[in-house]
Design a protein around this ligand. Structure first.
Ligand code: ATR
Length: 275
């Protein structure tokens, strides 16, 4: 029986096992495939990945804090994963680990398909921000990055500004013209533990508008304050669970070669919030 897993630390809160097992059941693969959560400390990550194929694992998802190392330990990686600098999906081929990044593809699946010449704002400068920048760049957007620690925004900008992705640093909160952005993506952890996003991020509660797309990659147990305000202002909103569903659907397709049952995955991922 091929096994699959999500590797993280901590990982107990992950919605991926329920979501992926629901998908496998929907595809009629539940007797053949099984998806579990494995808590791996950073120092044990590489040895764990090396041991998985012999234990019957066909692949794995990788989440915080292992996405960078996952790329480093793989013998092969897609161009997208290399450009993002992180992998969230591993495939175990005989004698080789292949690294993919489906976070960016998951975002691309839900964003407007053409953002040429449109301005996009990414809040944050961690791994999730890198995937968001790549996705927005691939759709043609002019990307600006804001981060609490300006030096990190500068680093990510220098590293990821290429011929195909144009990024600049949105340095001072005072300079941020919220109205000018077609897309705003929050990748920071703000809101996860009840913080008020309008205190910590350079956004105004009343500053959203119809026609704007607002994405909050972070999800907790309650609907995001940021997205509630954006919805109230008439903007289109996409939450972190939807991004989780989309990246998971792409990962499942890579492992099984089957089209993912997105509706079943979405139902499973959202229903966990009711617990
Ligand atoms: P990930 O890889 O998941 O994106 P990360 O590398 O830990 O995670 O990044 C977390 C992001 O949330 C960072 O951009 C961080 O800002 P700093 O670089 O200044 O630390 C941001 N963040 C976390 N708490 C924040 C807060 N209270 N206000 C503003 N930004 C915050």
């Amino acid at each position: 029986m091929p096994r699959l897993a999500v590797l993280g630390h901590p990982v107990a809160h992950s919605r991926s096992p329920a979501m992926q097992n629901a998908a496998l059941a929907q595809l009629g693969l539940a007797d053949e495939w099984r998806y579990e959560a494995i808590d791996v400390a950073p120092e044990a990550f590489e040895a764990c990945v090396r041991a998985l194929p012999a234990k019957g694992f066909a692949g794995a998802n990788v989440t915080v804090p292992h996405k960078g190392v996952a790329l480093a330990v793989a013998e092969m990686a897609t161009e997208m994963a290399r450009e993002i600098g992180a992998a969230n999906t591993l495939v175990f081929a005989p004698g080789q680990t292949h690294a993919h990044n489906t976070d960016a593809g998951g975002l691309i699946a839900v964003l407007p398909s053409d953002l040429h010449g449109r301005r996009a704002l990414v809040l944050g400068a961690g791994g999730a921000a890198r995937a968001a920048i790549w996705a927005l760049g691939a759709l043609g957007a002019e990307v600006e990055v804001w981060n609490r620690t300006v030096a990190r925004a500068q680093e990510i900008t220098i590293e990821m500004d290429t011929q195909s992705v144009h990024i600049q640093v949105a340095e001072s909160p005072l300079e941020i013209d919220q109205d000018a952005y077609e897309v705003i993506v929050n990748t920071t952890a703000v809101g996860l533990h009840g913080e008020d996003p309008f205190e910590h991020l350079p956004l105004r509660r009343e500053g959203f508008r119809p026609g704007q797309v607002v994405v909050d990659m972070v999800y907790g147990d309650v609907p995001s304050t940021l997205l509630a305000a954006a919805t109230a202002a008439g903007a289109t909103t996409i939450d972190g669970i939807e991004i989780l569903v989309q990246q998971g659907a792409l990962s499942l397709q890579i492992w099984t070669g089957r089209e993912a049952p997105v509706e079943a995955m979405r139902a499973a991922a959202y229903s966990l919030g009711d617990r």
